[in-house]
Design a protein around this ligand. Structure first.
Ligand code: AMP
Ligand code: MG
Length: 414
């Protein structure tokens, strides 16, 4: 299919084909490191973890009440037991429970060996050292059995897994205090362009502030990545080439923005043809048509477009899955949902579009989406106001209000 918006004669590369090519070219980093749990949040587990203990290790009470043995009890009859002690959480009852006796017990406290039941404190009457159990007392209840969460030797977490706060809690419950994780992916990024002005400097005629670099730094923030901001490189062939080569020596990935299309000052292509193996793709997505992907030595290279919205879209749709694969994390597709579009959307057939939308939900749970406004690839304000992409397929020629559309909420992007 040709892009009707351009004079292209070469077919555009679909996003699926681009992702497949990238997937085939990337191997997860092989290095690992040992970390304490405190430092492991969000890192990718490199070795599965097996539980060294039963969880729970001891039979314990599921609520505050009284622990007793159901042995010898006649069904449907009220009964009385003598209160002989207390089992506190962390301080078990030390004695032996005899027939006719019970102990006060608190949630998490060890249940005495002779007891098989715990009754809630609200269900009994206590008078001095006597506890009166009602006729409808249920037995064999409210005890957490040994290993009912995890048995000793069972797999707590299988690699590869991106460790969540809950995963760390699970490991801690087994007493595991260290994990082996994949090493961080080392990423260098920079902006290119003579027009770019660093923040804090006055804006001279014809110049713009560099918004891509701070934005890309934010998009790259994450525990599995170690990110180096290499600043702005002007449109100077020698400087760009030197920067690419230097960064390729001690990083796994270089990401640049700008200079990757075919203008007079777009040197990225020329330089990479000299010093690396890089493909220049014209992709069938909007925004974000030009994209460079390849390698300089052992370092992967992503040359993103210059326009800020195109940077975000190509990062999220193409670079982020590639980095995830490099980090060793399991691949996952972004979650999508169907929503009714409440505004008409303009689109020409040819490229898959990622339009910025604002998502809402009514009281029945139905999703609705409205355009976030102007859709130019330089319009960062509508990107900032939006909370989802409205994904319009290549062949789509516009959407009338009331039609169903596919939506990718930003909060569900991986
Ligand atoms: P280029 O791909 O270099 O031709 O850039 C395309 C457009 O994106 C131009 O309008 C650039 O001024 C703009 N642009 C490039 N880099 C940045 C940046 N770091 N921050 C903001 N805009 C940029
Ligand atoms: Mg430029």
């Amino acid at each position: 299919m040709l892009d009707s918006c351009s004079q292209e004669s070469r077919p555009l590369l679909s996003i699926e084909n681009a992702l497949d090519s990238i997937k085939a070219a990337i191997q997860p980093v092989s290095g690992t490191e040992k970390l304490t749990l405190k430092n492991a949040l969000g890192r990718v587990l490199a070795e599965s973890v097996y539980s060294p203990i039963n969880i729970p290790r001891d039979r314990n009470a599921a609520m505050d009440g009284y622990a007793f043995s159901s042995c010898g009890r006649v069904d449907g009859q009220a009964f009385m037991l003598a209160l002989v002690g207390t089992s506190w959480a962390g301080r078990p009852f030390q004695g032996q429970l005899q027939a006719g006796q019970c102990v006060r017990i608190f949630t998490g406290a060890v249940v005495p060996e002779q007891a098989d039941s715990v009754i809630m404190q609200e269900q009994v009457q206590v008078h001095e050292q006597s506890v009166y159990f009602p006729a409808d007392t249920r037995v064999l209840q409210n005890i957490r059995e040994i290993g009912e969460d995890v048995n000793e030797g069972y797999c707590l977490l299988a690699q590869p897994k991106k460790l969540t706060a809950v995963d760390l809690g699970l490991l801690a419950s087994a007493g595991v205090d260290q994990v082996t994780v994949k090493r961080q992916v080392k990423i260098a990024h920079f902006s290119t362009g003579d027009e770019l002005t660093a923040l804090g400097r006055p804006l001279e005629p014809g110049k713009i502030y560099d918004s891509n670099r701070i934005m890309l730094g934010g998009l790259l923030a994450g525990p599995s990545y170690s990110v180096t901001d290499l600043g702005v490189i002007p449109d100077n062939k020698q400087l760009l080439e030197d920067s690419f080569i230097a960064a390729s020596k001690n990083h796994d990935v270089i990401i640049t923005t700008g200079g990757a299309s075919v203008g007079e000052a777009d040197y990225v292509k020329e330089i990479l043809q000299n010093c690396g193996k890089v493909n220049f793709w014209k992709m069938a997505i909007k925004p974000g048509k030009p994209l460079a992907f390849g390698k300089i030595g052992q370092c992967h290279f992503f040359g993103l477009p210059g326009n800020p919205v195109a940077v975000v879209v190509t990062y999220q749709q193409i670079v982020a899955p590639a980095l995830r694969q490099l980090s060793g994390a399991p691949l996952a597709k972004p979650l999508r949902l169907t929503a009714t579009c409440i505004t008409a959307l303009k689109k020409a057939p040819g490229r898959q579009e990622y339009q910025r939308g604002i998502l809402s939900q009514d009281e029945c749970g139905e999703f609705f989406v409205a355009t976030a406004g102007r859709q130019g690839s330089n319009i960062l304000s509508s990107m900032s106001q939006s909370d989802c992409y409205i994904v319009l397929p290549r062949e789509c020629a516009g959407v009338p209000a009331g039609d169903k559309v596919i939506v990718e909420p930003f909060s569900l992007l991986i």
